[in-house]
Design a protein around this ligand. Structure first.
Ligand code: T46
Length: 138
């Protein structure tokens, strides 16, 4: 996690299978994304103006998807920052370990679907920005 940068966080275009009845996007372990999915969770019913995130992870890799609506993601490696707007259900944002992330500007009804490489473990979180900078040697 020490040496990762925002440039390691990539947009992933997922398959979109379209027919007249609508679209379907399948995501398979190690085929559509480069890690095994151990956990899935989603953020929803987010009140207007609220922010989520505000932390980094030591080991966890995640793919963030706007399953409905849209929101902004700020990525920060301690030196560089990048802003990504997600609003398409077949577009994911890969977030690698060692990246501070903040999510905001959720549209009404937005759903942030997250595919995660690890089970939930509070010890994997870095929730203080000062500690994050220290771990990044900044
Ligand atoms: C991330 C962003 C995008 C659990 O018990 N299990 C879980 O799998 C998760 C994700 C959370 N929790 C508990 C821990 C806290 O008591 O749910 C509560 C809220 O979690 P947190 O403040 O971490 O929520 P967010 O939305 O700020 O962050 C979450 C993820 O934790 C994080 O990994 O990248 O969504």
């Amino acid at each position: 996690m020490k040496n990762t940068t925002i440039y390691d966080c990539k947009i992933v275009e997922l398959k979109k299978i379209h027919n007249r009845a609508g679209n379907i996007t399948p995501i398979e372990n190690m085929q559509d994304i480069p890690f095994n999915i151990k956990r899935v969770y989603y953020l929803y019913d987010i009140p207007s103006g609220e922010e989520r995130g505000g932390h980094a992870h030591r080991k966890l890799k995640q793919l963030l998807i706007a399953a409905s609506g849209g929101f902004d993601v700020k990525l920060d490696d301690g030196r560089n920052k990048k802003f990504v707007h997600l609003n398409r259900p077949n577009i994911g944002l890969m977030v690698v370990p060692g990246i501070w992330r903040e999510l905001n500007n959720f549209s009404s009804g937005a759903i942030c679907l997250v595919l995660a490489s690890e089970n939930y473990d509070e010890k994997d979180y870095i929730r203080k920005y000062n500690e994050f900078k220290k771990l990044k040697n900044i």
